[in-house]
Design a protein around this ligand. Structure first.
Ligand code: WT7
Length: 659
């Protein structure tokens, strides 16, 4: 109860932007923010056309800003041509940024490597030349399975330079997940590393790729390029495998970028949906590039002298937009980090901010919460032991940030002088959608504030109609925007079905989150409306975990739900019916077997925190699993509702025991 009261008090607090930002930010003051919003409302295509012309270098200028003739397959700047990599690198060779540091890479063991824009350009050109010489053609797909590294950015940029569509797979994903993506994209090339280093440990990468390729169906893969990161011994397939350094050796350091159509697929990134199979979210070159650059300037107020650090992994959308593309397009100096926030201790972030004089810091609530815990039990890792005075803006992404964590972040990390930009967006949106503008919007702990200019977000009922202020509803975007998802790779029907419900007219983007708006127009995200969980800021479909569980020979049936968790936001709880029941003493071993199975099949993030065994699952007479009930059981709540319609009400007792 005390906690609830405290939350309410915190939520009612409002923090105006610091005076200096309100005067000098890229969006300085609410009037400037409103002027941009009004421009977009008054002349929607004029607004986006102006920005696309001002911000991007086109090889063929566009004439049409937005083509809605085949909605919801919206097309932006579709008669224009450009190259994304040229916009991220080549332009900096002539605008005064050539000798500016592009990347400060800090490895797991603390080793620091710096590259300038000139050097990064040269490296990307060398790889692009090698790939071009090997015959790879625009439009072909490349799987990238690399650790956080300069090489990962080089690989992505080299693909963009040739119009190769990349699909980055997070290093924590399993061989099976890799295999699905290799097959679904029809990849012709895979780029990986021998292994990665995280928290002092070596985690092999190439063996998982070898295993995936061995599963069959990926015969289109002509070559595997391997970055030697750890020097660990790896199996080698002659004729197929090649070392990155050997591939790059002797290649020229200049390369003519291949112009592509604005709508050319820049990348495909898989994300969980409410069915078992992840969706390949397809993004388009020009629109994505525009928004990644613009939101660096608007949300992070990026200025030439900033040192920016986003702690995400390139395997997620945040690492695409806010590491591999946006910061480079905007000419930032950025920190890229290989390791984890808790190694060698939980002061790693604070020590790195101090050492590199980071001025813009962007991380996830789950990391903040785990560091709050650590700082609470060991003062040596408390941020107040470090000089964080270089910070001027701090951001949050991936899940709702609870007001208590927000306040700690604001006070202990931001020293009460840095606006917290709580950015709401998704893999599908390509970039920020709802966020405070740090020089304009007064912030409220726990609210992602308001839509960026040009983003027509709203909250509606099932039929797309308005809801009263304060009332919960579906978060939607009523007009298209340049960095929006273009398709689900190879599955246009799923694209339409997932995001553009016919009940709402078939052209309004349904985000899949519930939200409400307060009297001042601030959005408050209430969480997913579908069977998608958010574990440590990572999206996970409950069906995805269920289908892996039922594929295990011991399992007859499974249902997966989320349970609130102090650190990870949500934790996975699995209810399992075994083919042959086990007694109490065997249950922990079986639970471990199943946990390891899920981890191997999907990846460690999907590992159920809690497994409950029962003779059956609570179902209605029509056979539908009662998930709401399971969510209550998972949280140890008392079941107050009528359970007389259940086939076997006694089952709830059994399922209450965790393993
Ligand atoms: C889902 C998208 C955004 C890039 C990383 C995650 C949740 C994301 C916030 C936020 C509340 C948030 C939503 C969304 N989410 N940011 N600031 N406040 N919820 O991308 O894996 O595509 O997940 O993450 O539920 O739908 P993603």
């Amino acid at each position: 109860m005390a906690n609830a009261i405290e939350s309410v008090l915190v939520e009612n607090r409002v923090f105006p932007p610091p005076e200096s930002l309100a005067q000098q930010a890229n969006i300085a003051g609410m009037a400037a923010y409103r002027a941009l919003c009004e421009e977009a409302e008054r002349d929607f295509t004029g607004f986006w056309g102006r920005l696309a012309n001002e911000k991007l270098d086109w090889t063929t200028p566009f004439k049409t800003v937005l083509d809605e003739s085949d909605a919801p397959f919206y097309r932006w700047f579709a008669d224009g041509e450009l190259n994304v990599s040229a916009n991220c690198l080549d332009k900096h060779l002539t605008n005064g940024n050539a000798e500016k540091t592009a990347i400060i890479f800090e490895a797991d063991d603390g080793t620091v490597t710096r590259v300038t824009y000139r050097e990064l350009h040269a490296r990307v050109c060398r790889l692009a030349n090698a790939l071009q010489a090997a015959g790879y053609q625009a439009g072909e797909r490349v799987i990238i399975y690399l650790p956080m590294s300069i090489e990962a950015v080089v690989a992505m940029q080299a693909c963009a330079r040739l119009g190769l569509t990349h699909s980055v797979v997070f290093g924590g994903f399993s061989a099976k997940s890799l295999h699905e993506r290799l097959v679904d994209t029809g990849a012709v090339l895979a780029i990986t590393a021998d292994a990665q280093r995280r928290g002092g440990r070596t985690i092999p990468l190439k063996p998982a790729l070898d295993e995936a390729l061995g599963m069959g169906g990926c015969e289109a893969v002509r070559q595997v390029i391997v970055y030697r990161r750890t020097g660990d011994e790896v199996a080698w397939t002659e004729g197929r495998d090649a070392w990155l350094h050997e591939v790059e050796a002797g290649q020229a350091e200049t390369h003519t970028p291949v112009p592509v159509n604005a709508e050319h697929p820049l990348f495909i990134l898989y994300t969980s949906g409410s069915t078992g199979k992840p969706k390949g979210v397809q993004h388009a070159a020009a629109g994505f590039l525009l928004w990644s650059q613009l939101t660096m300037e608007w949300t992070f107020d990026l200025k030439p002298e900033d040192v920016y650090w986003c702690t995400a992994d390139v395997g997620w959308i945040t690492g695409h937009t806010y590491i591999a593309y946006g910061p480079l397009a905007a000419g930032a100096t950025q920190v890229i980090f290989e390791g984890v926030p808790t190694f060698p201790d939980s002061a790693r972030f604070w020590r790195m901010i101090q050492a590199h004089k980071v001025s813009i810091f962007y991380t996830a609530p789950t990391a903040i919460r785990s560091l709050i815990k650590a700082a609470g039990s060991d003062v040596k890792v408390h941020p107040n032991q470090f000089d964080l005075s270089s910070l001027r803006i701090i951001g949050s992404v991936g899940e709702p940030i609870n007001p208590e964590a927000w306040m700690w972040y604001y006070k202990e990390v931001g020293g009460e002088r840095c606006p917290v930009v709580d950015t709401w967006w998704q893999t599908e949106t390509g970039g920020h959608m709802l966020t405070p503008s740090p020089g304009a919007t007064p912030t409220k702990p726990g609210s992602c504030a308001m839509p960026l200019p040009g983003i027509m977000a709203d909250i509606v009922d099932e039929a797309g109609g308005p809801v009263a202020q304060g009332q919960g509803g579906f978060l939607v975007v009523k007009r298209p925007w340049p960095s929006m998802i273009r398709n689900v790779w190879g599955d246009p029907e799923r694209f339409k079905k997932s995001y553009f419900p016919p009940e709402m007219g078939g052209h309004i983007y349904l985000a899949g989150d519930g939200a409400h708006r307060d009297a001042e127009g601030y959005f408050w995200i209430m969480g997913r409306i579908d069977d998608v969980l958010n574990v440590s800021g990572h999206r996970l479909g409950t069906m995805e975990v269920e289908s892996v569980l039922v594929a295990h020979p011991l399992v007859a049936e499974a249902a997966v739900v989320g349970r609130p968790d102090d650190v990870s936001g949500e934790a996975v709880v699995a209810f399992v019916v075994l083919k042959q029941s086990v007694d109490e003493s065997e249950a922990p071993d079986v639970a471990k077997t199943l946990r390891d199975w899920v981890s191997k099949e999907i990846g460690p993030i999907a590992k159920p925190k809690d497994i409950r065994f029962g003779e059956n699952l609570p179902k209605t007479r029509s056979g539908k699993i009662m998930r709401r009930l399971l969510r209550q059981v998972a949280q140890g709540q008392e079941i107050t509702q009528d359970t007389s319609t259940l086939e076997n009400p006694a089952i709830l007792q059994q399922l209450g025991k965790s393993h």
